[in-house]
Design a protein around this ligand. Structure first.
Ligand SMILES: Nc1nc2c(ncn2[C@@H]2O[C@H](COP(=O)(O)OP(=O)(O)O[C@H]3O[C@H](CO)[C@@H](O)[C@H](O)[C@@H]3O)[C@@H](O)[C@H]2O)c(=O)[nH]1
Length: 273
């Protein structure tokens, strides 16, 4: 799906080789980690990230977790104050994964990070595999998705019903939208900042996990270069998933609407926005 668009600078002259934007140690990347009741997971994931990629910065976006995750994040940030790699954004209440990411992205865009990353706090995504996303970005991708469903991708200990739901959601989204992405619900990804600037965070409609589909779909429609790289997704060992019926029904309805809209656009009944 090569588009020839450089997400940081606009259209790239053809034949131009891409300039690396993330260093081998993660310099240039802001990793946004949304948290809700992850107090025992957070210190572990922070340590793993700082060991794997000491140059990367991390932003924890906490929705006033009742278990005190926000305070744990503040303590970790204080301990890292000299290096200044760990930042915390406190939000008033639980407002959905998508809204948390949007707040984190806005924070990152207000600073000069060339690449903004999504990663769960619960250890499902391995910080040690982030370099795979950065390699794709440095090779010219505008959005790199850590995919469970391309050759080499793997699921470890994920309950069968979750795998069934996830694969079903991906098939549904592929059929409805026609986007050729195998893992469009994945939450382990890296964006060049220009993608988020061009799409415009205000245009994103979904509040929950459907946000992942929403943003990937907008990225594809804007003509950017989207690449999937295989990753291993491991079921969390501590705490519980925040997936809910409301999250699933939002995704079902939104995807159906976008699918109908894009068909009407192709038929010329609606103008492409
Ligand atoms: N701030 C904030 N964080 C949230 C909220 N809801 C969930 N989170 C945080 O978002 C991360 C993912 O949430 P989980 O509830 O653990 O997700 P999952 O079921 O394991 O995730 C699957 O679906 C996600 C959505 O597509 C994917 O991101 C993920 O990769 C995986 O496939 C965790 O760090 C969790 O604390 C919220 O309302 N607010």
């Amino acid at each position: 799906m090569a588009s020839g668009i450089d997400a940081t600078t606009g259209p790239r002259p053809s034949g131009d080789s891409p300039t690396p934007v993330v260093g081998n140690d993660g310099t240039g990347a802001l990793v946004v980690v949304p948290t809700f009741n992850e107090r025992d997971n957070l210190p572990v994931i922070v340590e793993r990230l700082q060991k794997a990629l000491p140059g990367a910065h991390l932003l924890v976006v906490d929705d006033s977790s009742p278990d005190g995750t926000g305070e744990v994040a503040d303590e970790l940030a204080r301990a890292d104050a000299e290096a200044g790699r760990l930042h915390v954004l406190h939000r008033k209440e639980k407002d959905g994964l998508g809204k948390a990411y949007l707040a984190g992205f806005a924070w990152g865009l207000a600073r000069d990070y060339p690449v903004i990353v999504e990663m769960d706090a619960d250890g499902s995504h391995a910080p040690e595999q982030l370099h795979r996303l950065f390699e794709a970005i440095n090779a010219g991708a505008d959005l790199a998705i850590g995919s469970r469903y391309v050759p080499g991708g793997e699921l470890v200990n994920w309950p069968k019903h979750r795998e069934f739901l996830s694969r079903g959601a991906n098939t549904y989204a592929r059929l409805a939208l026609g986007a050729k992405i195998n893992d469009i619900t994945a939450g382990f990804r890296a964006y060049r900042r220009g993608v988020l600037e061009k799409i415009g965070l205000d245009s994103v409609e979904s509040a929950g996990y459907c946000f992942q589909i929403d943003l990937a779909w907008r990225t594809v429609r804007a003509g950017f270069d989207v690449r999937e790289v295989p990753i291993t997704f491991t079921e969390r060992e501590i705490g519980v998933s925040k997936m809910s019926g409301g999250v699933m029904s939002e995704a079902f309805t939104m995807v159906a609407r976008w699918g109908i809209q894009s068909r009407l656009e192709r038929l010329g009944v609606l103008r492409n926005k």
